[in-house]
Ligand binder design. Structure first.
Ligand SMILES: C[S@@+](CC[C@H](N)C(=O)[O-])C[C@H]1O[C@@H](n2cnc3c(N)ncnc32)[C@H](O)[C@@H]1O
Length: 427
């Protein structure tokens, strides 16, 4: 017997938000809410679309890993952007840690695993993590309180408490590296990690990796993702190796300036649906939904707020872009008002990017599923990594781990690896 539309709806709701279901079925969100409350019966004709939605989910991700050449663990995994880059380089993910339930929802909708997602990394015993070749982590950065450590030392606290990384999430990376000793790691963070807490945080991290753990860690690199996607997004990368395998940041290939894409490459084009959470692009909708255009109230407010700050001599992040330009950094707060990246529209108020456009702005493939509300989707993409940047780094790391030589990708002005560790942080 075929499942009823009600049963299909319940199954879909276990995976997708009301908003995502409404968009996939071409229904108003209020209708879906009424279905959920049982106020209205779900029409039989919706069963096919619900089955399609569920089938797409079960069929696995639109993005498939290449045959595994090495294994890796995905820590602070978010929605798995880093994972996509390492899979493209031949990696197989054997362990995931992420504690945000909405990020896990998107992660599960896009990555098929034999392992469950482990939650809070601070409560995971390192010995319980499977052996792996590479550890990847885009960890939140907190200051290391050196004063607090000295106080603990003066109180004669037991050995272990004198670890300056104790109480930070970097400490959890350290204890896993210490127990599992993977062949390599890649850590990702915001560019100003180097200047955080007057440079002390960065110094402790590098000393811990090099001196305490004995990894070979070349000077970190800041890479601007604008080489791959139409967004300036500078992030710092720290790669480390258990043994010297000749890794060199110069070998990481970044497209030359004349090939950097503009926003036109990620904006919806006519004939393409704006918000489909589902894999394939649906062609019946011709424009971006009205809901992404700023209301007069919000647009007036943003302009007067920007004016006030300009008069006081401060910058305020309200920027309207044309399709020929490169956007500023997408942040996790984009859901609030979208002010940092607005798209100009002739004769109308500007609009925000849709979640699908944000996915593209971060270099996620069009097949990447967005099963959550717009608010959660904006937060997730704003927190994520630019996939092609990770792919470029991962392919060089993987080649080095396989013992293959990598020729320097490009040289001179083509190389957009910005600063080395010795460059003072001037953000
Ligand atoms: C900067 S984001 C990393 C995003 C990821 N690189 C991606 O591609 O989407 C940091 C992530 O760490 C997660 N996180 C923070 N503290 C955590 C903890 N104690 N255990 C597990 N995950 C944690 C957050 O929920 C967030 O998704």
């Amino acid at each position: 017997m075929n499942p009823s539309p009600g049963d299909l709806f319940k199954k879909a709701r276990a995976i997708y938000s009301q908003d995502a279901i409404a968009q996939h079925l071409g229904k108003d969100i209020r209708t879906v809410r009424r279905w959920e409350k049982g106020e209205v019966l779900i029409p039989t004709m919706s069963a096919a679309a619900l089955t399609e939605l569920l089938h797409g989910y079960r069929a696995g991700p639109a993005v498939h890993a290449s045959p595994a050449g090495f294994t890796f663990v995905d820590l602070f995994a978010g929605i798995g952007g880093t994972r996509l880059g390492f899979e493209a380089a031949g990696g197989r993910c054997v362990f995931t840690s992420e504690w945000n339930k909405y990020a896990c929802q998107t992660y599960r909708a896009n990555h098929v695993d034999s392992h469950e997602i482990a939650g809070d990394i601070t409560s995971i015993d390192a010995a319980a993590i499977p052996d792996h070749d590479v550890l990847v982590a885009g960890f939140p950065c907190q200051p290391f309180s050196l004063a607090g450590v000295s106080k603990k030392n003066s109180l004669g606290r037991a050995h272990g408490f004198d670890d300056p990384t104790q109480g930070t999430l970097f400490f959890d990376i350290k204890r896993i590296l210490d127990v599992k000793r993977p062949r390599a790691f890649l850590l990702e963070n915001v560019k100003n990690l180097r200047s955080h807490d007057s440079g002390k945080t960065f110094e402790v991290i590098m000393q811990t990796l090099r001196r305490d753990l004995g990894y070979r860690v070349p000077g970190p690199r800041v890479i601007d993702a604008a080489a791959f996607v139409p967004q300036h997004r500078e992030r710092i990368f720290i790669a480390g190796f258990r043994e010297d395998c000749g890794f060199d940041w110069e070998a990481v290939a970044l497209p030359p300036r004349q090939h950097w894409p503009s926003l036109a490459s990620i904006l919806h084009s006519t004939g393409e649906t704006a918000e489909s959470p589902y894999t394939e692009v649906r062609r019946h909708q011709t424009h971006v939904s009205e809901k992404y255009t700023l209301s007069d109230h919000l647009w007036n407010y943003l302009q007067s707020y920007a004016e006030k700050h300009r008069a006081l001599g401060h910058g305020f992040g309200c920027s309207v872009f044309a399709p020929s330009q490169i956007a500023r950094t997408l942040s996790a707060r984009y859901h609030k008002d979208g002010s940092e990246i607005l798209i100009g529209q002739r004769g109308r108020n500007p609009r925000r990017l849709t979640p699908r456009e944000c996915a593209r702005l971060m270099g996620f493939p069009n097949g990447f599923r967005i099963p959550v509300s717009d608010t959660q989707a904006y937060k997730q993409f704003g927190n994520s990594v630019v996939v092609p940047v990770i792919k470029a780094i991962a392919s060089v790391m993987a080649a080095r781990l396989r013992g293959q030589p990598v020729e320097p990708a490009c040289s001179g002005p083509q190389l957009r690896l910005l600063e080395s560790a010795s460059t003072p942080a001037g953000e």
